[in-house]
Design a protein around this ligand. Structure first.
Ligand SMILES: CC(C)(COP(=O)(O)OP(=O)(O)OC[C@H]1O[C@@H](n2cnc3c(N)ncnc32)[C@H](O)[C@@H]1OP(=O)(O)O)[C@@H](O)C(=O)NCCC(=O)NCCS
Length: 74
């Protein structure tokens, strides 16, 4: 499945909520701004890998990094 957006309220970040939301979804693809270092660190931490880079994907010209995770149990 493609995940369009994953977000945890700033007051509740770094409590494991993001990882729990992805748990058990099966194969997951999503795209993240190349400059979103926090999100990229999060996705790497929960086992995602960059499988493609979409050059200039966002309206402001920023690249999108396509991430994939086979299993979502953490
Ligand atoms: C990305 C996001 C969903 C993560 O949710 P979260 O509930 O804070 O993540 P978790 O608490 O499950 O984090 C698990 C691990 O990922 C890593 N991680 C999470 N956020 C991180 C950050 N900002 N910087 C570096 N590592 C991070 C850490 O290793 C963390 O474990 P730790 O807190 O024990 O060190 C959240 O930061 C968010 O909503 N960001 C804004 C929206 C966004 O950019 N979404 C992604 C695009 S779809």
């Amino acid at each position: 499945m493609w995940v369009e957006l994953l977000a945890v309220h700033p007051d509740y970040q770094r409590r494991g909520t993001g990882a729990q939301l992805l748990d058990g979804l099966g194969e997951v693809y999503l795209v993240v701004r190349a400059g979103n270092e926090g999100a990229l660190a999060f996705y790497r931490r929960v086992g995602f890998e960059v499988v493609e880079v979409w050059s200039g994907y966002y309206g402001d010209g920023e690249d999108g990094e396509v991430l994939f995770h086979k299993e979502t149990t953490n």
